[in-house]
Design a binder for this molecule. Structure first.
Ligand code: LMR
Length: 399
């Protein structure tokens, strides 16, 4: 029956973990998948998550199904975290929100909703480059995927003029995917002034913002600051859809905790939109898992745990910032002639090194340093113990 099924390629990001696991060299380094590690290189369960989880377990809740849109105390708090407690969209009760299978699930529901209901277009513009999975998620949702300029390889920075020009030349009412903060894979975000200009251009062209916020708190260590573009766009009167993930900022990777929301014009419109989200979700996976959402809900709703969590998010963001500086310093100490300023200028979990695919291949084959072909390295995988060997390896392959 399946003789016609061809061997597919390994996943661009998750396939790296497989290659890493197959390497027997004890000092191998995995900078592939964006998952936080402590300074010993170990996965990190946030103490606030441990406490919340113990609380959830000891309350001996039942295991009944959640509603189709998930655990209400979680989604309500997730919306407040993103839009802000004082946001008019929260106060006027016009955000339709559903729990999702983390950020990817949110993107998938969003893609399906736009495909079914957005009246003006069946295509979506994503930045070039973007997260390796965006294209597949949106095309599987039935949208045509187009790109706008984002990265300038000469400056290893933002091609802001190119981005604006592409947004201006896209047909009016286009759907535009924007990374709210900590752009993946480049680690390059627009400045606040640039966001203001982007908002104006989007407004003039009546483009529809589709925000992906997978890293709230991870860019600056401050969840409000990282939500700046969301809140700015709301203030400027944009409608939007928003995907949230709690994989990174709560370290709930395998629990798959996320949310998808749609900003509506009124509470009445929200009710109708909400009913259609349910109709989309039911045949996809019926309803979401409860355990991780209960943990996140506890952290978001309990004042003292919330404060503790924010401190822990900042701790993770700060360790990443420190590792950026250390990597750059080690490269400079080795006498590298290249300019590595971008490593410390970029933000979030990743550094986009500018290394070529052949150099990335060499890193893996000759130095057991694993990361994606596009030159992205997960800074969260760097530790004070491996940074020196990493810098030496990069130095050797870049000359
Ligand atoms: C990444 O980009 O490494 C993460 O978002 C993990 C993933 O699912 O790809």
């Amino acid at each position: 029956t399946w003789s016609g099924v061809q061997q597919g390629p390994p996943d661009a990001i998750l396939g790296i973990t497989e290659a890493f696991k197959a390497d027997s060299f004890p000092e191998k380094i995995n900078l592939g998948v964006g998952a936080y590690r402590d300074d010993k290189g170990k996965p990190y369960v946030l103490p606030s998550v441990r406490t919340a989880e113990e609380d959830v377990v000891s309350s001996k809740l039942d295991k009944e199904y959640a509603g189709i849109t998930g655990v209400p105390s979680f989604t309500k708090a997730a919306a407040v975290l993103a839009y802000g407690a004082d946001s008019p969209v929260i106060k006027e009760d016009r955000v339709a929100i559903t729990q999702s299978i983390s950020g990817t699930g949110a993107l998938r529901i969003g893609g399906a909703f736009m495909q079914k209901f957005y009246p003006h277009a069946k295509s979506i513009y994503i930045p070039s480059p973007s997260w390796a999975n965006h294209k597949a998620v949106f095309s599987d949702s039935g949208l045509e995927v187009k790109q706008y300029k984002y990265y300038n390889k000469d400056t290893i920075g933002l091609d802001f003029d190119g981005m604006v020009a592409d947004l201006k030349s896209a047909p009016a009412n286009s759907i535009v995917l924007l990374h709210a903060c900590a752009h993946n894979p480049t680690g390059i975000d627009p400045t606040q002034e640039q966001w203001q200009q982007l908002s104006k251009v989007m407004k003039e062209k009546e483009h529809y913002p589709f925000f992906d916020m997978a890293y709230q708190g991870f860019a600056s260590g401050d969840t409000d600051r990282d939500a700046y573009p969301i809140r700015l766009f709301i203030e400027e009167g944009h409608g939007m859809v928003l995907c949230q993930s709690f994989a990174k900022n709560m370290g709930l990777y395998g629990e798959r905790v996320g949310a998808f929301s749609i900003v509506c014009d009124s509470a009445e419109e929200k009710k109708r939109v909400d009913s259609q989200i349910k109709i989309l979700v039911r045949p996809l996976y019926s309803n979401p898992p409860v355990h991780g959402a209960r943990i996140a809900s506890k952290i978001l709703n309990d004042a003292s745990l919330n404060k503790q969590w924010l401190g822990e998010v900042k701790g993770m963001a700060d360790r990443i910032i420190e590792m950026r500086a250390l990597l750059k310093k080690n490269l400079e100490d080795l006498g590298s002639k290249h300019n590595w300023d971008h490593i410390t200028n970029q933000i979030g979990m990743f550094a986009y090194t500018g290394l070529k695919p052949e150099q990335m291949d060499k890193l893996a084959k000759e130095h057991s340093v694993y990361a994606t072909k596009d030159g992205r390295i997960s800074v969260a995988g760097i530790t004070s113990g491996n940074v020196k060997r990493l810098a030496e390896s990069i130095y050797k392959v870049t000359g």
